[in-house]
Design a protein around this ligand. Structure first.
Ligand SMILES: Cc1ncc(COP(=O)(O)O)c(C=O)c1O
Length: 457
């Protein structure tokens, strides 16, 4: 792993330098928006949910993830308002499998979409009825399918004919009927998306050309209940019009197959992947335009009994989260300033550009000096023994020294659980949620000995 990460860091090196120009809250709209979402548009120090980041770091230690319940609520409300009452919102738990975050979104009216048995247990613990959950993912094992049925799962988002047969066999053996919706790999790609998952040969979804035969088979299968169709074609999409066009393609395909096959496809999950600014210079997704387009689409194709859904992860969770990390050591090397932090790639891999093609600095601020002049150029990264553990190279920030507090904004999605936190066996960070001006631990800090758990000589 170390070898692979070192190589990818070398490959990224040249690009990092070229992209490090946009640096301070005042000149980067993405950073300014992330601060505004936290209510810190004009603040001189970072405050989360009414509590200064400085106080949170002192009280709970660093590295630390902090989630604002009010910002989370506001995100969900904004999405619900923009999409209108006919479009249900499912929370994609993978973006932040925090029990507190999942429960909060459920309380706000979001359903949930899961992608593992672990997420199924988490969703149930967060208060979701299993019968209301959808289970996606191309590699569900027979054991997982059986366990999900036993727990009363409502609907499998199926990704292959092979999987359909496994679910039918499991349901038959259990004397149950399993709900299924077929994930479709439409022939067109989702434009404007940073990572595309359909419109080409893919492990995800059933090719549109193969779908009619499979839909016929499901409709004729006694242990299966055909619920409808699902599509999820890519993540970090910043083109609202392209999303609406893609959704329309699914709706038209559903209507055509209903006519041709004499079947009902009542549930249409139009997918998600709405983009959120995560790196310097990132654009904004036009939620209002997506909402208008989707509401028009629904108005044209609605009917009684039809269930319309979207599934969103990062767009709901990213803005509510902040990752706090302190400078541990500073030095000059080859005339350049280097900072070693207590947090890094093992806890926030995305902030180090892992999973991105073009590496750019994350939305990083000096937490106690938001308005300070960005006069110091620093290369900064975490404690791991790999150059891949680096947030940014020669980034202009207000002067920093050991003990100072840095914050990665828009860190509420794909944080800890997206990161290789077993690498180098550091303790995992605590997670704190702030509600009504008071902070509580929602995930305990790990311990240095945790790496020994379950191991035997
Ligand atoms: C099937 C499916 N649904 C939903 C999501 C959530 O995506 P995002 O967090 O970009 O909204 C993903 C992410 O990979 C996914 O694969």
């Amino acid at each position: 792993m170390q070898h692979i990460m070192a190589r990818s860091a070398l490959r990224r090196k040249g690009r990092t330098v070229a992209c490090a120009a946009v640096t301070s809250p005042t000149d980067d709209p993405a950073l300014a928006n992330a601060l505004r979402a936290l209510g810190c548009a004009n603040a001189t120090e970072l405050v989360i949910g009414g509590i200064p980041a400085r106080e949170l770091a002192e009280r709970f230690g660093t590295p630390l993830y902090v989630f604002s319940a009010e910002v989370l609520d506001a995100r969900l409300r904004a999405v619900q308002d923009a999409l209108g009452p006919r479009l249900g919102v499912l929370y994609s738990i993978k973006s932040n499998p925090s029990l507190a975050v999942t429960a909060r979104l459920r309380a706000g009216g979001a359903g949930a979409e899961i992608a593992s048995l672990g997420e199924l247990h988490l969703a149930i613990a967060a208060g979701h009825a299993p019968s209301a959950l959808r289970f996606a993912g191309p590699g569900k094992t027979d054991a997982e399918i059986q366990a999900a049925l036993k727990l009363g799962l409502g609907c499998f988002h199926v990704e292959s004919a092979d999987e359909v047969r496994a679910i039918a066999a499991a349901a038959q053996a259990a004397g149950q009927r399993a709900g299924v919706a077929v994930r479709i790999n439409l022939p067109q790609e989702l434009g404007g998306s940073r990572m595309r998952m359909s419109g080409r040969t893919s492990r995800f979804g059933v090719d549109a050309a193969e779908a009619p035969q499979l839909l016929r088979e499901i409709a004729a299968s006694a242990p299966l209940h055909l619920r409808g169709l699902h599509v999820y074609a890519g993540t970090q999409g910043f083109d609202a019009a392209a999303f609406v066009r893609h959704a329309k393609a699914l709706v038209l395909a559903a209507e055509q197959w209903e006519r041709e096959l004499g079947i009902s496809l009542d549930e249409l999950d139009l997918g998600g992947g709405f983009g959120i600014a995560t790196y310097a210079g990132d654009p904004e997704f036009d939620l209002a335009a997506a909402g208008r387009g989707l509401q028009e689409l629904i108005a044209e194709h609605d009917r009684p009994g039809r269930v319309w859904l979207v599934e969103l992860g990062r767009f709901l969770t990213a803005p509510c989260g902040v990752y706090l990390t302190r400078v541990v050591r500073s030095k000059l090397s080859g005339g350049e300033a280097h900072l070693a932090l207590d947090g890094g790639m093992h806890q926030h891999a995305a902030a180090c550009g892992i999973g991105t093609v073009l590496r750019r600095p994350p939305l990083l601020v000096h937490a106690t000096d938001l308005r300070g002049s960005p006069v110091a150029k620093v290369t900064l990264g975490g404690p791991l023994c790999t150059p891949a553990d680096q947030f940014a190279e020669q980034l202009a920030l207000p002067p920093l020294r050991s003990g100072d507090l840095l914050a990665v904004l828009a860190a509420g999605a794909y944080g800890l659980t997206y990161s290789p936190h077993g690498f180098l066996s550091h303790a995992t960070p605590a997670e704190v949620m702030i509600t009504g001006g008071s902070a509580r631990i929602v995930r305990e800090r790990g311990r240095a000995e945790d790496g020994l758990r379950g191991q035997h000589l």
